[in-house]
Each structure stands twice: as structure tokens, then as C-alpha cells.
Design a protein around this ligand. Structure first.
Ligand SMILES: *Cc1c(COP(=O)(O)O)cnc(C)c1O
Length: 345
């Protein structure tokens, strides 16, 4: 890895971050707050939230096996993805490399930030070789994006190849583990102390069942996290979200119960789905969805929409011809899907 200072954009290195009223008092004991032009009425919503969400991070750290200084919290993983570009990539000069197909936000965020986005097509098993990825990197490649389990394919990427990329690439490797709770694979979060050049992404939107509250997590070295904190909006995670997240984290048994149910449903839905006449193939999955090749994706998609059932048509995506991506729902939802598809002619 290059020195972190060589990877960070010059303007970000030099940036003097905005200092909010709450930053300056920094938690010393007080009970009269006349510093932030807040309204004294309408408690508790009148106060600005903790800009660094320390209490919430203290709950997350032991669950995720990391230090609070290794955690960034954002307005969904999308904020963390955007910050990767804003912190590391010089518009119109730097580039990033990613597998194809993968999660669409990496490319959208590259386009918004005017960063060249280089795609490396996966093989037919939706795997990649480190060598192929590294061969399209040059001295302006700052970041490599890997998503495991990958979206929309559902499979875990080959861990050996990921490790080779981390070992040999001299920039930042982002490993998006949005779906890792649905998988038995070892998470890269536990390798943070070994690899100073990785950023691991998690989210409350999938296994934690909280897409509505918009809470994404990035785990990285305290140095990388400090640059994220410097660039983010001061109050990027609102108080309602912080409160709700604390609530969810206080009920781990519900989390596990729901997770087990989704995993059981994944098994039975896929078994039944494979028996359908429209099913050509179900790809292996480690996520809470599966990718399936069907006889005619567009027609089947439209047929399901007419019956009020929405799946994702991925047939225009690289290597996904005639493919639908189907999320695991409740037993009842999955049964509705199956019975609709059994009546398809
Ligand atoms: C769903 C998903 C996310 C979550 O994004 P949020 O902004 O946290 O909701 C992140 N990465 C991938 C690959 C996803 O599929």
C-alpha cells in the first residue's frame, strides 16, 4: 500500500473541517446549552444529534468485533460509497476498478464525481481473477470495489482472489459486505488490523431489516475513518435514526430469529422454484435473494407485475440475460410468488 497521504486528495488533506457548536464543547459536563441556536422547546428533538454517534458506535463495536475508532456511520452505505470517491479520487484524473456485474451505486457515484470507472467482467461462474483486475489498474487507480456476496449474482467472491488483490494493490480495496450476515463466509471486518488498505461496508438495510432508517457502516483504520469524518456532513445521521438503531441492537434475539427464518425460506423457496417450468437455472446464493435464469424474463416480469408481485428484472445486465433477481420474503409472500408462477403459461 502507498502511504495514506499519497492516496488522499490534496484538497482533503488540506481541508480545515467545519467545526460545529457540539464539536467544540465535546461532551464536557453542562446543563445549559446556549451555543447552537437551538430552540429551547420541543424536547428532545430540539437538540442537534451527536455528530460522531459515539453511544451508537459503542453498541455496534462489540457486536461487529471492532473498535469504535474503526467505525464510520452514514446515511446508508450510499454515503460511505460517495465518501470513498470524495476522499480519495481526483475528478478527471483518478480512476476506480470494479467487477461487472455488481452493485450499481459504485458506477453512479463515479459518474456523479466525474471519476473514470473501469469494469472487469466476471467469468461465467460469477468469479474473478486478481490478476485480471490488477492488469487494468494504473498509477491513477485509487480504489478497487468488490462486493461479496455480490449483488445481483448472490454468490460470495473467491476469498483467495480477494486476498491477492488486497496484498498486491497499492490503493484502497472496498469490500461491500451488505449481505454477509446471510452467509457463513468469514468477514473481512476481522482483518482490519492486518490490512490497513481495506474499507469494509455493512448496512442496516438488509439483515437488520431497517432500510427505512438509512444507516450504513464503514469499517476501516482509524486514519481512514478520520478522513471520512472530516468530509461528511456534520450531522449526517439524525437522532431518530440513532435512537431506532439502538433499539434494534438491543434485541439481538429478534435479529437472529428473523435471520434464521429468511435462511430457511431461502432454502424452501429455491427448492420449489427449481421445479417450475419457467425456471432454467437458479444460481448459488449467499444472500437474501437469488438470481435465476428463466424462459423469458421480460414476459414473466410483466406477468408478475400484473398480479401485484414485483421482482427485479436484471436481464439487461452483463452476464444476466433472461435473469430475474428475487428477494426472499415471508412464507406467505413466497407462496404467492410460486402459485402465480405455477399458473404462468
Ligand atoms: C442493498 C445494498 C447496500 C445497502 O445500501 P444502503 O444505502 O445502506 O441501503 C449496499 N451494498 C449493496 C451491494 C447492496 O445490495
Amino acid at each position: 500500500m502507498k502511504e495514506l497521504k499519497e492516496l488522499i486528495r490534496k484538497n482533503i488533506l488540506a481541508l480545515k473541517p467545519y467545526s460545529s457548536a457540539r464539536d467544540e464543547y465535546a461532551g464536557r459536563q453542562a446543563n445549559v446549552f446556549l451555543d447552537a441556536n437551538e430552540n429551547p422547546f420541543n424536547q428532545p428533538f430540539n437538540r442537534y444529534p451527536d455528530p460522531l454517534q459515539l453511544e451508537l458506535k459503542q453498541l455496534i463495536a462489540p457486536i461487529k468485533g471492532v473498535e469504535t475508532s474503526q467505525i464510520f456511520l452514514g446515511n446508508g452505505s450510499d454515503e460511505a460509497i460517495d465518501l470513498v470517491y470524495r476522499v480519495f479520487c481526483e475528478p478527471r484524473i483518478d480512476n476506480v476498478v470494479a467487477i461487472d456485474p455488481t452493485y450499481g451505486m459504485y458506477e453512479t457515484c463515479a459518474d456523479i464525481n466525474d471519476i473514470e470507472y473501469r469494469k472487469v467482467k466476471l467469468d461465467i461462474s460469477y468469479q474473478f481473477k486478481a490478476e485480471t483486475l490488477l492488469s487494468v489498474c494504473d498509477r491513477h487507480t485509487k480504489v478497487i470495489f468488490l462486493c461479496t456476496p455480490n449483488n445481483p449474482t448472490g454468490n460470495n467472491l473467491d476469498r483467495n482472489e480477494i486476498e491477492k488483490v488486497i496484498d498486491r494493490f497499492d490503493g484502497i480495496v472496498v469490500i461491500d459486505e451488505a449481505y454477509s450476515d446471510f452467509s457463513n463466509a468469514k468477514t473481512f471486518r476481522s482483518e482490519l488490523n492486518k490490512y490497513p488498505n481495506i474499507i469494509v461496508l455493512n448496512t442496516f438495510s438488509k439483515a437488520w431489516g431497517s432500510a427505512a432508517i438509512r444507516l450504513g457502516l464503514a469499517f476501516a483504520s482509524p486514519e481512514i475513518i478520520s478522513y471520512f469524518n472530516k468530509v461528511k456532513y456534520p450531522y449526517n445521521v439524525n437522532q431518530l435514526t440513532q435512537n431506532q438503531a439502538k433499539d434494534i441492537l438491543s434485541n439481538m434475539s429478534l435479529f437472529h430469529k428473523n435471520l434464521v427464518q429468511i435462511l430457511e425460506e431461502r432454502e424452501s423457496l429455491i427448492q420449489a422454484f427449481k421445479q417450475l417450468p419457467i425456471c432454467v437455472k437458479v444460481y448459488p446464493t449467499d444472500a437474501n435473494f437469488f438470481l435465476t435464469k428463466v424462459t423469458d424474463a421480460q414476459k414473466i416480469y410483466d406477468y408478475l407485475v400484473d398480479r401485484g408481485i414485483i421482482v427485479r428484472n436484471r436481464s439487461k445486465i452483463t452476464l444476466c440475460e433472461d435473469c430475474l433477481r428475487i428477494t426472499i420474503g415471508t412464507k406467505q409472500e413466497n407462496t404467492e410468488l410460486l402459485s402465480a408462477l405455477r399458473q404462468y403459461k
